[in-house]
Design a protein around this ligand. Sequence first.
Ligand code: GLC
Ligand code: CA
Length: 554
Amino acid sequence: MYEWWKDEVVYQIYPRSFKDSNHDGIGDIQGIIEKLDYLKELGITMIWICPVYKSPMDDNGYDISDYYDINEEFGTLDDIDELIKEAKKRDIKLIMDLVINHTSDEHLWFKDAISNPNSPYRNYYIFKEGKDGQAPTNWRSVFGGSVWEKVPHEENMYYFHAFSKKQPDLNWENPIMRKDIYKMINWWLEKGIAGFRVDAINFIKKNQEWCDGPVDGIDGLCNCFDYSRNIPGIEVFFKELREETFDKYHCMTVAEAVGVPYDQLDLFIGKNGCFTMMFDFNYSHIDITKNEDWFPPQPWTFKEYKEKLFSSQKEIAKTGWSASFLENHDMPRSMSRLIRNKEERTPKTAKLLGQLFMFLQATPFVYQGEEIGFLNNERQSIDEFDDLNTHAQYQRALNEGYSEKEALAFINRRSRDNTRSPMCWNDQKFAGFSDVKPWLGINEHYKDINVEAQINNPDSVFSFYQQLIALRQNPLYHHTFVDGEFMPIDTEEHVIAYIRKSDSQTILCIHNIQNKKTTYPIQQDFKVLLSNEDVILEDNKIVLGAYQAITLLL
Ligand code: GLC
Ligand code: CA
C-alpha cells in the first residue's frame, strides 16, 4: 500500500501557546483555525496538535481525564470538527496526540479504581502492595521521586506512575482496558483525522518481576527506564494495537519513543512494526545525561553530533521510516541549544539548521516558531516557569548541592518552557498572541523575532523555510528527497554534508556550522537549488561562508 505519509511536511502546534481567540490568555482551537492560512502560506501539509482533551493540566494536557471531550479552555468537539474541515479545505491534514501510557488521576476510571479496591477499573491501572513498609520497588519516575504513590485509606497499597503522580500508568496487561483504549482510538479516527503522534509509547510494558534496581542517585532510587521502557513483550501489545486500530484506517502514526536501541527498531517501524514512523532522540539528546537529567551540562562536539545524526539516518533506513525534527515542546530552541555563542544565533544560522533537517530522509516536523528562528527566553526566577518538569529538575539540582544560581542556569538552558512560550505574531503588546496577559510570559525577543516582521521579507527565516518546504515538495525533486538514498560525506568537523541520490538525480546538501569561512572541493558542474547566501566558486572549490547552507543539484 502507498505510504502516503512520506510525502508530508508536518507543523507541530502547542495549542496553549499558538493563538488565543477569546481573550483569556490561553491559545485555543479557534486560534489555530484563524492561522490556517498562515500555515498554508508556509507550505506545510499536516498539523500535529499537542493534547487538547479534557485535563486538569498538571502536565499541560498529557494528563487526560476524558479522551472523548475537549478541555474547555481549548474549545469543544465542534471546534475540532471545524478544524478538520477548515484544514481539509486547504489540503492540510490533522494528527492528534495519543496519550495511552497513562491517564490523569482525575479520569473516571482512576477515581473509581483508587476509591474502591473492588472497582472494575482497579485492574485498569497498576496497584501493588509495598514491601517491608516501603514502596514495591525503588524506581525513580521520569519527573523525579518514586514511581509509586501511596493509596490513601488503604494499608500498604501503592499505584504506579512513570511520569507525575497525577499521571497513573494504564495496565496494558489487562485486555479489557486495552479494548477500551482501542474503542477510543477508532472513535477519533472515524472523525477523519489522519493519524496520531503516539506519546511515550515504549513505556506501556513494565518488567513484571518488580525487582529493585541498583541505586544511582542521592535520592536512594534507581532510574525506572530499565524496568519500564522497551521491555520484551511490548511487541505483543504493539501488534494488537496496530491490528485493532491503525491498520483499519491506513493512518499515519509517529511514535515518541526515547531510548530505543537500534536493534529494536523493527518492533516500532519494521514491516510488522506498530508505527509508520518514529522520532529518534539519539542525536537530539546529545546535551543531556543518560538518565535524561538536564544537569550538569554534557560536553559534546559537532563531530559527535554529526556521527549520531548520520548513524540515525543509516540505521532507520535499514528498517523503516523516520520523522526528523529540530525542536519540539519538550526541548529548548535549537539555536540556543546547538549554537554556543550567542552572537552566532542569527537568521542565517536558523536557515542553516532548517536546511540540515529538511532534507534528511524522513518526514520533516517543524515546531511552531522554528520557522521564524525563535530563541530561548532567559527567566530571572523559578517562579516564572510553568512546566512541572522544570520545577522538578530545579529541585533536584538544589538537592544535589548546586546553588540557586546554578540551578536557574540549568533550567534556563533546558526548560521545556523555552518552546512553550506564546507564539510571536507581531511586535505589539503580548506579541499578537492575545490581548490579555498570556498564561506564560512572552519571549523577550518578540520585538525582533515575530511573524509580521518576516512574512513579507524575502530574506527572512520564514521565507527560507517556505523555500525549503517548496523545494522538498517540488515534483522535480520530491522523489529524490523521499526515496533517494542518504549518503553521508566525510568532511571537516564543522561541515555537515550529505547526498540524496535517486536513479535519476543527485542532490548535495552542505552546511558550514561555524563562524568562519572554509572551502568545499567540487569537481563537477552543478546547479544551485537553494542557499542562504551567494554561492562562490574558486578553483574547483566552493567558498563556504560562515554558517552558509547550500543545496546543489549535481
Ligand atoms: C511525552 C510528552 C511530554 C510529556 C510526557 C508524559 O514525553 O512529549 O510533554 O510530559 O510524554 O506524557
Ligand atoms: Ca483562549
